[in-house]
Design a protein around this ligand. Sequence first.
Ligand code: AMP
Length: 440
Amino acid sequence: MSNDTTKVTTAATFTELGLITPLLARLAELEYQQPTPIQAQAIPSVLAGRDLIAGANTGSGKTATFALPMLQHLSQQRRAGKSSGSKNSKGNFVTGLILVPTRELAKQVADSIKSYAVHFNGEIKTVAVFGGVSVNIQMQALRGGTDILVATPGRLLDLISSNAIKLDKVKTLVLDEADRMLSLGFTEELTALLALTPKKKQTLLFSATFPEQVTTLTQELLNNPIEIQLQSADASTLVQRVFTVNKGEKTAVLAHLIHQEQWRQALIFVNAKHHCEHLAEKLAKRGITAAVFHGDKGQSERSRVLDGFKAGDIEVLIATDIAARGLDIEKLPVVINFNLPRSPSDYMHRIGRSGRAGEVGLAISLIDHEDYHHFTVIEKKNKIRLEREQVEGFEAAEITSDSILAVEKPMAAPEGTGKKKRKKKKSVNADIWSGYSKPE
Ligand code: AMP
């Protein structure tokens, strides 16, 4: 990461956290100059073997928070000749198990761990398993066990039932994005998996939000944990803005912003798979090429699109929540909510794709009459309050409490009549980055 001035950091250095040389050397190569707040607060306790509950979003540096101590423990156990992992073991055991909600996150976490482990000279084996691809290759990869396994719950259960892996020797269990896992309906799978792990183990739980299900899980699972609660989105680096637009004008406003702001890349969220293609077609008519990413796409197509977006070849990506969860795209300048997410916690997850690891980011929500009430719910639940703004040239008809009520009943006026009713209210300057430093 190169933009040092915008990083969220604390005073501690990685050396002070107690990490060993092969990890410190790698962090220096990756240009991680200082630990992020969660790393600074959690790593010493995790290294000491404590359980952890962390309220942290993706973008906070949470992967390194569990991955670095896990690698350090494994390396030390290996040196002491105690590892039950891959190299010296006959059984299909795993020592460090990381459960994640989606295949994208599984791959991403495994890639990060492999990257952090490069100076262990291949002595630590990491495997990722997830659904949607052939199980045979994953079974082969698990032969002889693995030190670290990153898995989605459903596929892991399949692999356990075909004896490809056993959880009896898990020493560290990580539940990453626990709220996501539970909200995606993995509760039963999770319960079944947890029952297969030994009672005595270290457990680290990361969650952006703490709905009841997660709280119950933490009470059942964790033993005298340290608790760290970070702000879910860092207000100093992630700028959130909300623009009111007339019904039927969202596409025009979106195209206008994309043309005008010339973002290097933009991630646009919609609420349904078919909306992805539909919006891509409408943008194409306005001269904007966009790729789409959702659950109906095959695995190879999803990987191709994701790689293209990560490499910067794809500039505009339209995605649904399920597909874009956990994506880590370095320095994504902007996330746009074309449709509002249904759940307030999804709002935080979506906007967390920008402004990662303390870099400046921008999250824009486009709201029309029908979204207005829901957006206030999102704000309330997430304890934020944003000023309603307008895009110059696309000023929306004033939203009154009457017009909000009218949405609950059938709309009084036919679509597209908003323009005539436009009232010139306070409008924002076209340069929506004014006042903020624009990322490179
Ligand atoms: P995560 O929250 O784990 O998904 O991490 C978000 C991004 O921040 C990833 O691209 C990491 O490589 C990066 N990152 C994590 N820790 C640091 C750090 N201390 N300094 C700079 N970048 C970091």
